[in-house]
Write a protein that binds this ligand. Structure first.
Ligand SMILES: [Zn+2]
Length: 401
């Protein structure tokens, strides 16, 4: 079980708290900054001026007219401000994005590597080239490279201890990538489920939750993470995909039988519909589209998988007692299509019924990429004076002025 520090805004310098407010809300009235942070107007003005000088925040003049009193200017992230390069390694390739403050996706890039994904050196080489090109093309200062991997990842150095869907074992992905990108560009490699939880907690359906359980359905496998003060001040990764529902069930890639993910991931959806398994996530997306369109066999498959998800969720809720459950990926689709089927098993449980957490779909469109970006924005969000790197200059990364 790994842990990563939860981000605490309270106690940070005023410049950082203002930047975090803009990062979370996108646009925020200057008067609201003062009232939300409880700071003096003069001190807030100094903090805003410093953030403008650092190229992080822009002050937009008010556009409202005819209102009583003086309308307040609005703060927003500087459009040419720093970006993160975010990446997700999936069994079929690399999904990348250039992400600005307020989780703004500036550019996307996909790289198919279906025949080479089990060759970590080749994948990380391709990743480093794509990251370097995207950072250069952005023309903006870069806070670093955040990478999500579906598997067991050591937070300290990004060692991928095991990623069964990639065929990786003990791959020093963080070190290999750091050596292959421009010198000095920060690199963070994390488990994808942890990044999803960070993204939903900061920008999505997990905002302000006390104890937040995030469960993610992928085409290939299932992930989960726990964030919040109810359990510990740290986030905790959960191997929810390998919660055993039936010890005599289908064999799982982890070595057990009858794991939750063998009943609920995208390939389980295909099997429930009587379709062959597929290496391509588009197959389960098409099935979910058919279910949304009301196609009876697809809808029946979604409902069956939703009931199995509900059985797993009930056990998780009974053990963890979260006050909010956020379902992302294919699980968000199942919740939208068959909410009663997902929630029905918990209604038979006295414990789950009494505590009754709010169960909701995720609200971040690309949560792994947004969380990956978040993981490398953290130093800047803690200290807006953190030196940034520019990779759009000859000679590689040099500190930005
Ligand atoms: Zn398993």
């Amino acid at each position: 079980m790994c842990r990563w520090p939860q981000f605490e805004v309270a106690g940070l310098p005023l410049t950082a708290r203002v930047l975090n407010l803009v990062h979370e809300r996108g646009r925020v009235a200057r008067a609201e900054v003062t009232s939300t942070l409880g700071a003096a107007r003069g001190a807030t003005g100094d903090a805003i001026a410093e953030l403008v000088g650092l190229g992080l925040v822009r002050v937009c003049e008010p556009v409202r007219a005819g209102t009583r009193g003086r309308p307040s200017p609005t703060l927003a992230a500087e459009p040419g401000g720093p970006v993160a390069i975010a990446a997700q390694v999936t069994p079929i390739g690399l999904d990348l994005a250039v992400v600005g403050l307020h989780a703004e996706i500036v550019a996307r890039h996909r790289l198919a590597l279906p025949d080479h994904i089990d060759d970590p050196a080749r994948v990380i080489g391709a990743l480093a080239r794509a990251v370097t090109r995207l950072a250069e093309e952005s023309g903006r200062a870069c806070v670093g490279v955040g990478v999500g991997v579906a598997g067991m990842v050591r937070d300290e150095d990004g060692l991928v201890r095991s990623a069964i869907h990639l065929g990786w074992r003990d791959v020093p992905a963080g070190d290999l990538l750091a050596a292959a990108v421009p010198a000095g560009l920060p690199v963070v490699v994390r488990r994808d489920a942890a990044l999803v939880a960070m993204a939903e907690h900061r920008h999505g359906a997990g905002r302000d939750a006390g104890t937040l359980l995030v469960v993610t359905g992928h085409h290939w496998g299932v992930g989960g993470a726990l964030l919040g003060g109810g359990v510990s001040p740290h986030g905790t990764h959960l191997e929810v995909g390998h919660l055993v529902l039936d010890p005599r069930g289908r064999r799982c890639a982890c070595g057990q039988r009858g794991c939750l993910e063998t009943y609920t991931d995208g390939n389980a959806l295909l099997r429930a519909a009587g379709l062959p398994e597929s290496a391509d996530s588009a197959a389960s997306e098409r099935l979910l589209d058919s279910a949304r369109a009301g196609e009876p066999a697809a809808l029946a498959a979604a409902e069956e998988v939703a009931r199995r998800l509900g059985i797993g969720l009930t056990s998780l809720v009974n053990i963890i007692n979260p006050d909010r459950v956020v379902c992302t990926g294919t699980f968000a689709a199942l919740l939208a299509l068959a909410r009663d089927d997902v929630l029905h098993p918990s209604r038979r449980s006295v414990v789950a019924t009494l505590d009754n957490p709010h169960t909701t779909p995720g609200a971040v469109e690309d949560p792994v990429l947004v969380g990956a970006a978040e993981s490398v924005f953290l130093p800047l969000l803690r200290d807006p004076r953190t030196p940034l790197f520019r990779t759009d200059r000859p000679g590689g990364g040099v500190p930005a002025p």
